[in-house]
Design a binder for this molecule. Sequence first.
Ligand code: HXC
Length: 516
Amino acid sequence: MGNSEALQNYKDRRAKMLQAGGESGVQKQHEKGKLTARERISTFLDDSTFIESNAFATVRTKEFGMDTKRFPGDGVVAGSGKVNGRQVFLSSQDFTVLGGSLGEMHAFKIASAQELALQNGVPFVSINDSGGARIQEGVLSLEGYARIFKNNTLSSGVIPQISVILGPCAGGAVYSPAITDFIFMVDNVSHMYITGPAVIKAVTGEDISHEELGGPLPHCGKSGVAHFRFTSEEECFEALKRLLSYLPSNNRELPPVVDTGDPADRKNDGLFSILPEDAKRPYDVKDIIAEVYDKDSFLEVHADYAKNIVVGFAKLAGRTVGIMANQPKFLAASLDIDSSDKAARFLRFCDAFNVPITTLVDVPGYLPGIAQEHGGIIRHGAKLLYAIAEANVPKIAVILRKAYGGSMIAMSSKTLGYDRTLAWPTAEIAVMGAEGAANIIFRKDIDEAEDKAAKRAEKIEEFRENFMNPYIAAELGIIDDVIDPAYTRIELIRALELHSRKREEKPAKKHGNIPL
Ligand code: HXC
């Protein structure tokens, strides 16, 4: 073959490879309202930055006549590129080739990209659109998944790993995303389940659609499997880019610092008026967040799940911080199983990637109930305590109103691990609320009184007056200071700066044993 023929041969091969499943495959993909694997990469990455790995890799298996056909790219595109100028590695499954199913070489391409991401200390993004294990390749597919899961685990806490589900993700295939840090889903496009509607119908007789079973609505709202939900792929990639902009590339770097244009000395003059005069009335803690942190910088994580706690990233004077805030709008802000899981997992991500933690505290305690007790609130609630105690990033708490019992410890205790705890003058720091406390310690007085109701009210008021304030804790050195709410932003920024160089010695161990 002469040089020009070799060049032409190369061009033909490359064109076929880029064509993937061909025009009809692409058309089918578009008819489903989905982008192709390569369109997704172009939408996500900065222009002309994609460097492909193992572009010509394809099936080795000869079974089932696989050697008589060509499967360009083996159903996945993998490589590296830049997002807002910062390097990432990624894989994008190509449903137009064998339904994006995962065989030996397909897995090799994904695993190689994962390994390079880890070696180079940059985030890994996997775009999932696949029929699962490639049936024709049998156990080789299972081996491929095993390698991917192992890489996910080795990379956990070293580089951010994000999964974007843009098609089916079924069977054991769900476990790679599940090990990663964040899962993104799109309405009517993304479906995740261990067994699909047909198997469920056969086994349990239950009828359910793909969307109702494994779409973004159940996974972002009920199961908590996924973190972000969108109505289009474009919107999803924009949000993914935004999330990456808050994160460091790996665990040895600090998150990027940006100029948000919001002054560090901005007072929060209207802030205190968000808190209702009546301590029993709810308010939206997101209004507080919007006022305190840099303007429009709040990126909520798990917005539709366990809404009684709010978590997410924001900027304070241009630096990334994590927020954990009780939300009085839901379940009176009490902590339950789901909110404990949600917050603990978020805190561990922040700690792994050097993101300081700030908490806004207004919590009446753990949620009472048989379902909670039998569902394991003891075990789940313990995760939150463990995550805070273990985290060694700067941790700053501001108690706005209630801080009762064990939940006070989880949200604000310096002994547990907070570096600085501040309180508004409205803070009520106590073992429990005034009603509960008075009923227990003044039970005899109340029982012996002629007018029991009046006595109870009197004792509750007495307890409230004497104990439901921040000053007892302040006098005992349990909190650092009581602050004017107008200075909340300024105080938080100063506290973060103060603790930004902290070093903590911990007992040597292989790893701890968080109550999973
Ligand atoms: C090989 C597959 C495949 C698979 C799909 N295809 N899934 N080929 N192995 N797992 C092929 C189809 O044969 C078809 O090829 C093409 O991909 C497109 O599939 P369609 O069925 O036409 O598409 P659609 O109607 O959109 O349905 C998509 C689907 C369905 C819901 C994903 O294909 C499906 O149910 N697939 C099987 C899913 C599954 O059970 N996978 C194994 C899960 S077990 P042609 O040539 O006709 O275009 C598992 C274990 C993992 O994954 C364990 C890890 C630890």
